[in-house]
Design a protein around this ligand. Structure first.
Ligand SMILES: Cc1ncc(COP(=O)(O)O)c(C=O)c1O
Length: 414
């Protein structure tokens, strides 16, 4: 088999790139996959090379053929100048912030951000003398009013992974760049397959590889790709911190990469089918899915994204917490769990009213987020049907227990 030429590689369509990127048979003795290189020590052939460090691999924390395979593949996919790998998605967010901020700087974070991102800003960055302001995810170019002379980074997450607001990233990037600030985006929902972050003005694009890149809920991984302007600084930051992911996790992520397009397209198809079905349910007040025309961000999604993943939320008509719990507890195919993007379907209740500070999220009923997996859609509907039955029964029971004291009261008094 001839080696893939640069000319052929440059012409490959996305699915072919996913199959071929990062597969360096030179490092794998002809085997199809690059193996998980484990190691701390790297040997040098002589003192001169040791002193100059003039060889690609120098120490376990500074990269291996396995990490190179994934980071080069990801850079190609993301359209970035380079990618660094971290042991979790949150670590990737942290590194992007550490690469772009210094003592005395000001940071803008979307109010819809993943809540551990907020916790890092509120607890750690604050201690380091970095002030954070949260902004309305739908602010667009209006972010200009929030920029200060010391604003050095604007963090976006589009859509927000619970409430799914779509942000006008190009408008935000234009303002941020005019002020000399770095634009960071958590692009985990769309992945580079459905949103080209760097082409839309993002400097540092974060992916929790734990989700769709893994696709199997069996690893934790973070990736940050950077454009030309930011890669050097990002790389230097990570090198100083020395926090590489485990080799097996990177190996598994490379395996996930090969089928990511197929899995994501199926998640999109199943997610949309289930979202539409849920929209017809009498128990559901509203479906929050950016690829449905009634979503407030649908226009932006259509303009900027090339697909949607299998993660979306619903608002139930007002019922008690106990009824929501009865619904979720009775589900047999949908697991109850926080991480998402795996082959198995999940549901979690959420309430972000307690921690949002720039905007009020008042959906009008209890909210549940779904991550739709690869099960047969009819089985998923049947599972939810069963759940809704329990929800109605719990709601009816509660309604009758509310009525009981009122009905009993005259007798009691009598
Ligand atoms: C949007 C988003 N970003 C980042 C992360 C963090 O990923 P990890 O679990 O790998 O730290 C998550 C995890 O749920 C997430 O939902």
């Amino acid at each position: 088999m001839a080696k893939l030429s640069d000319e052929t590689r440059a012409k490959l369509r996305r699915r072919s790139r996913l199959v071929n990127l990062g597969r360096d048979t030179e490092h794998s003795q002809g085997f199809v996959n690059v193996p998980p290189f484990r190691g701390s020590t790297v040997l040098y052939p002589d003192v001169a090379t040791l002193k100059s460090r003039a060889q690609r691999y120098t120490y376990g924390t500074h990269g291996t053929p396995t990490t190179d395979a994934l980071s080069s593949a990801w850079s190609d996919l993301a359209g970035g100048a380079g990618t660094v790998l971290l042991p979790s998605g949150l670590a990737a967010i942290v590194v992007a912030l550490m690469a772009s901020l210094s003592v005395g700087d000001h940071l803008l974070i979307t109010d819809s951000a993943y809540s551990p991102t907020r916790a890092f800003a509120d607890k750690m960055l604050k201690r380091m003398g970095i002030e954070t302001t949260y902004y309305d995810p739908c602010v667009g170019g209006g972010i200009k009013a929030l920029m200060r002379p010391n604003t050095k980074a604007v963090l976006t997450e589009s859509p927000g992974s619970l409430t799914l607001e779509i942000q006008d990233v190009p408008a935000i990037a234009e303002v941020a760049h005019a002020h000399g600030a770095c634009v960071i985006m958590d692009n985990t929902w769309a992945t580079p397959l459905f949103f080209s972050a760097h082409a839309h003005g993002v400097d540092l694009a974060v992916e929790a590889g734990t989700k769709y890149l893994s696709g199997h809920a069996d690893l934790l991984l973070g990736l940050v790709s950077a454009n030309e302007t930011w890669f050097e600084r990002l790389h230097r930051t990570v090198d100083l911190m020395a926090i590489p992911p485990g080799p097996e996790d990177v190996f598994l992520a490379l395996r996930g990469l090969r089928s990511m397009d197929l899995r994501l397209r199926e998640a999109e198809r199943q997610g949309l089918a289930l979202a539409r079905w849920l929209g017809e349910r009498p128990e559901v007040l509203r479906v929050i899915h950016p690829a449905l025309p009634d979503h407030p961000g649908y226009g932006l999604w259509k303009r900027d994204f090339t697909g949607s993943s299998g993660l979306f939320s619903i608002v139930l008509k007002p019922v008690s917490e106990a009824a929501v719990a009865a619904f979720l507890d009775s589900l047999e195919l949908f697991g109850l769990g926080y991480s998402w993007g795996g082959y198995e379907s999940l549901a979690v209740p959420f309430d972000c009213a307690t921690y949002r500070t720039a905007t009020r999220f008042a959906p009008g009923g209890p909210t549940v987020r779904f991550s739709v997996g690869l099960e047969d859609i009819e089985d998923l509907k049947a599972d939810l049907d069963r759940g809704f039955e329990r929800l109605r029964a719990a709601a009816d029971q509660q309604a009758s227990s509310f009525e009981t004291p009122a009905l009993r009261a005259p007798q009691d008094e009598g």
